[in-house]
Design a protein around this ligand. Structure first.
Ligand code: NZQ
Ligand code: ZN
Length: 384
């Protein structure tokens, strides 16, 4: 196991009725920017609960953060925050709103062009405090320091990380997610699943605790995911999905172990180029990446086959084949198609994605740095 420093400062308020805790978290004299998406929070009662919790505080609202939050939209929120001397950002929504809030929090005090935070990895030296009320279990953004921002005008989708944008607190009320359409619930399960895989399916690193944690999260997603899709108001199933999705990317299982993240990097390009939902890009890339990278991932693929899918019969290669097939079947069972052609995208995109990653300095992806542009191309051609 490698050395690591672990510090996750986000206070989590989990469960029914916990949105009221927002009232204890924000200073009474805070000047708050409530950031939200296209309005689902007004239809499911979450907005009313948040406003009640905020009481008489000074609150400005910014609605309209889109799925795959856009730089140009967020810059309007940055302008509003600067004009109104906002000193707290409260994100109410899914990963897109939370990521957008993290970007706004970092951009408001940023001296230069905030695009540099994403495009040039410019250091974030200051950020406004962020709080979150999560309405979609998927990204782990409620408990991590990452944000992924799109810029449609440039066909780009880029990420940044800063310890300053960990939410100070996050409210996870499973009932706030009951109104999600099945498509978004499925996306959330599929995204969280891939987050675990990116930190687990690499090579053995003498870290059985991280392995067992990861395998538990995967099994919970496999078991509880379909339950919550079948009965969206099953509180226990939804509560377990919400908590599993947080654990999938609160960074605990990734401590001291190699990580991959190539499926995500390739997937972000597919979203930037073709507008495919984040989780759906992962469903396309992941089974194919497992196949192309099966030699380097052999030991972990066998462990995954055994402990996650109970596959213990047949030769080693047969078990690996079965585990990859089970992964694909799992995504398909959630209603998520796993081939590029299902999204109207041809194999020609493979070369374009490989070229774009190369141009961004991502020519050595994966836990061994062996996913070169040529390998990216093979992975996507296999996913056609
Ligand atoms: O716009 P609203 O009205 O809020 O509707 C949203 C949106 O249309 C809707 N929704 C959210 N909660 C709802 C609801 N509808 C009904 N009831 C509710 N309770 O769902 C739609 C999708 O929302 P979005 O926030 O885009 O989904 P998700 O949470 O999957 O976030 C995806 C974004 O997160 C990034 C992705 O790249 C993508 O941009 N990621 C962020 C990560 C991180 N910060 O660590 C890691 C991930 O790998 C991922 O890349
Ligand atoms: Zn993801």
């Amino acid at each position: 196991m490698d050395n690591f420093t672990y510090h996750n400062p986000t206070r989590i308020h989990f469960g029914r009725g916990q949105i009221a805790k927002v009232g204890q978290e924000l200073p009474l004299n805070a000047r708050v920017l409530l950031l939200a998406g296209s309005g689902s929070i007004k239809r499911n009662g979450v907005y009313d609960q948040v406003r009640a919790a905020l009481g008489a505080r000074t609150v400005f609202e910014f609605f309209g953060v889109e799925a795959n939050p856009d730089f140009d939209t967020l810059m309007q929120a940055v302008g509003l925050s600067r004009r109104e001397r906002i000193d707290w950002i409260l994100a109410v929504g899914g990963g897109s709103v939370l990521d957008g809030a993290k970007f706004v929090a970092a951009a408001v005090p940023f001296a230069g062009d905030p695009w540099d935070i994403l495009a040039k990895n410019a250091e974030v030296k200051k950020a406004l405090p962020v709080g979150a009320v999560l309405t979609l279990p998927a990204t782990g953004s409620e408990s991590n320091s990452a944000a992924v921002i799109s810029r449609r005008a440039l066909k780009e989708k880029l990420a940044f990380l800063s310890p300053l944008v960990f939410p100070q607190f996050s409210v996870l009320d499973p009932e706030a997610t009951f109104s999600l359409p099945a498509r978004q619930v499925a996306n959330g399960i599929g995204d969280a699943f891939c987050h675990v895989i990116e930190q687990y399916l690499t090579y053995p690193a003498g870290a059985p605790l991280q392995d067992r944690f990861a395998e538990s999260i995967l099994r919970v997603l496999i078991e509880e995911g379909p339950k919550t899709l079948a009965d969206p108001r099953d509180y226990d199933a939804r509560a377990n999905l919400v908590w599993a999705a947080t654990w999938a990317l609160n960074t605990a299982i990734g401590m001291g172990v190699p990580q991959d993240w190539a499926s995500h990097m390739i997937g972000h390009e597919l979203t930037a180029l073709h507008g495919i939902d984040h989780a759906r890009t992962l469903a396309v890339v992941l089974p194919s990446l497992m196949q192309v990278q099966r030699a380097g991932k052999r030991e972990k693929l066998l462990q995954y086959a055994d402990r996650v899918w109970d596959l213990r019969e047949g030769t080693e290669d047969a078990r690996i084949d079965a585990a990859i097939a089970a992964t694909r079947r799992f995504y398909e069972s959630l209603g998520i198609a796993t081939h590029l052609s299902d999204y109207g995208v041809t194999a020609d995109t493979a070369a374009e994605v490989a070229r774009r990653l190369d141009a961004k300095g991502m020519a050595k992806l994966g836990e061994r740095g062996d996913i070169t542009p040529a390998v990216v191309e093979r992975i996507l051609r296999l996913a056609a």
